[in-house]
Design a protein. Sequence first.
Length: 280
Amino acid sequence: MSTQTNSQLIVSNQQVSGAHRINIVASATNDGRPVTTQNPLPVTNITNVPIAAGLLEGYSAVHKFGMVKGTATSGWNTVWTGAEAAATILYPWPSLASASVVTVVSTSGSDVTAVTLQGLDSNYDFQEETITLTGVVPATGTKIWHRVNRAFMVTQTNVGKITVTNANSVAITFIKEDRGQTLQSLYTIPGGCTGFLNTMQMVASKAQSTEVSMFARPLGGAFRVVGGSVLYQMDHTINYSSPVVLTEKTDIDVRVIGTANADISCSFDLLIVSNAVLNS
């Protein structure tokens, strides 16, 4: 088998009938693309369904999406709900230097159900926490958070705007009214993993010129543009023939600049691969 193929990975191990089990095994390149023993080059007509389903150990698929309806300024705005208010146009990365517990609160007393947070702990390892909202009264969790990549309602869609703040009372994510899910085009690669950016889609709905760019900052480095486009009432999708490589603990922040009151959305897809798999 070609040296491009590094391992055989169990796709599933499930009960079939009685005491019999079946193991479905797939060979893959380092970036997770399936191969066969007859053809060690990536098999392009097999979907990434096993990866999305979490059936390939060491591989995971991440789909991030965000939007801002009416940017507060004409300068740089992160594509997230916060950009609809002048005080939070850019994601507050400097305020995340220290990990802390988080507090959640709603603008509506009707929000008394659970919200789940997903992100990274102080070691940049994945973690999840579910906190029960108490309406307009802040509720504080118990886990220590370094990054919150996503938050979503569990059993009921939120009525009011949900705000998540860190120990310094800085808003680090929002769930907009009636959305049930954060809308933020930002993400941090977990520790011990490498991210591969496959696609990026941007949409500008108004007849005005806007630049949408993805910024990435490796740990200890500076934010710099790794992709983007200038839009004028249009959409644009980038499919990378060779994925953009993002090392562990890299922060990703999609931003827009142009005319104020812009309506922008952006999504991107990542393949996250354990470094242990890449180095095997």
